[in-house]
Design a protein around this ligand. Structure first.
Ligand code: FAD
Length: 292
């Protein structure tokens, strides 16, 4: 890993997360989405990666567009579940050929359709093992110039026995070379403030981006809560109860809630904001307009 300054060490960042298109014929519209997000001048855009890696090429293609066509630093997510060292190395090599050197190291979750054989063949147990591999001599020249971020969980990762254990594992990711953390989405800023305080107490010194997900339709809520495990504070539950039946009002209220969350974060000294854009440039633009 090099000492050069990267987006991960900037003092303030506004970043977006996107996902690659599900179908091959959706790339043109995905590029349009990226063009619109680019106009909002994010510090970087991160691109998700399907657990199992079967669509790794799509992540690489989207990252390449961001990095090379739009001139914005692209962060490629990379998951280890079901992945071999050879497969991971191939993806990293493809990314480097596209000038993408920023990687979000993730474990991922076992997909429901992953066979036991594929799952058992994994060569990395945790995100930290992926980072450790690229710190080892085994990775060789491929590791040169790479920069790693990793995930953190203001409300604790669902498998962790306690916040204490989770933070110890987080510190390990930092010790191995993670230069930045991006948080799981949350709706209650108090969890994030408490988390930051505890993380600092455990020696976490790298920047932590606050993950903000605008909820623009009540249908999203169930899936998002199930996937993220994030709690819904009463204030937000009241909004859903009040506007949930009206699509337009719910959209407005969801965007407004995200804006208020970000303003409060900034007022409390949090200068790294990561918006889960859900590939919706209009919603993202309204939030960016609202916080500036
Ligand atoms: P880990 O860091 O491996 O942690 C998982 C659990 O193991 C935790 O309980 C932790 O405390 C524990 N642990 C960690 N290290 C060790 C260790 N060395 N020894 C023992 N225990 C340990 N999923 C995708 O499939 N694709 C994506 O693109 C994607 N992007 C994401 C982006 C963000 C910002 C976040 C927050 C999550 C994302 N996820 C993605 C979901 C993520 O893969 C899941 O949350 C997964 O359950 C955990 O991944 P992790 O990298 O945090 O795992």
């Amino acid at each position: 890993m090099s000492d050069e300054k990267t987006v991960f060490s900037k003092e303030k960042t506004l970043s977006f997360e996107v996902f690659p298109p599900k179908k091959d014929d959706e790339f043109a519209s995905a590029f349009e989405v990226l063009d619109k997000l680019c106009a909002l001048k994010p510090d970087y855009i991160s691109v998700t990666y399907g657990a199992g890696g079967s669509r790794a090429g799509k992540t690489v293609e989207i990252c390449s567009y961001i990095q090379n066509k739009l001139g914005i630093p692209a962060i490629s997510h990379l998951t280890t579940v079901g992945a071999s060292k050879a497969g991971i190395s191939e993806t990293v090599s493809s990314l480097k050929k596209e000038n993408v050197t920023h990687i979000m190291a993730l474990r991922g979750d076992r997909p429901a359709d992953m066979t036991d054989e594929a799952y058992d063949s994994r060569e990395f147990e945790h995100a930290s093992d992926l980072i450790a591999y690229f710190r080892s001599e085994e990775a060789g020249e491929l590791a040169t110039g790479l920069h790693f971020a990793a995930a953190c969980y203001p409300e604790k990762h669902y498998e962790a026995f306690s916040m204490e254990t989770d933070l110890r594992n987080l510190k390990l990711k930092q010790d191995l070379g993670a230069e930045h953390f991006i948080s799981q989405l949350f709706f209650d800023n108090d969890y994030f403030y408490t988390f930051l305080e505890k993380a600092e107490g455990k020696g976490i010194t790298v920047p932590v981006s606050a993950g903000i997900m605008p909820i623009t339709s009540p249908r999203q809520i169930g899936t998002i809560v199930a996937l993220s495990g994030s709690s819904i504070p009463k204030q937000f539950a009241d909004i859903i109860a009040k506007y949930g039946e009206n699509a337009d009002e719910m959209r407005k209220a969801g965007i407004d809630y995200a804006i208020r969350q970000i303003r409060d974060l900034r007022e409390n000294g949090v200068y790294h904001i990561h918006i889960y854009s859900m590939n919706k440039p209009k919603t993202t633009a309204e939030i960016v307009g609202g916080i500036n």
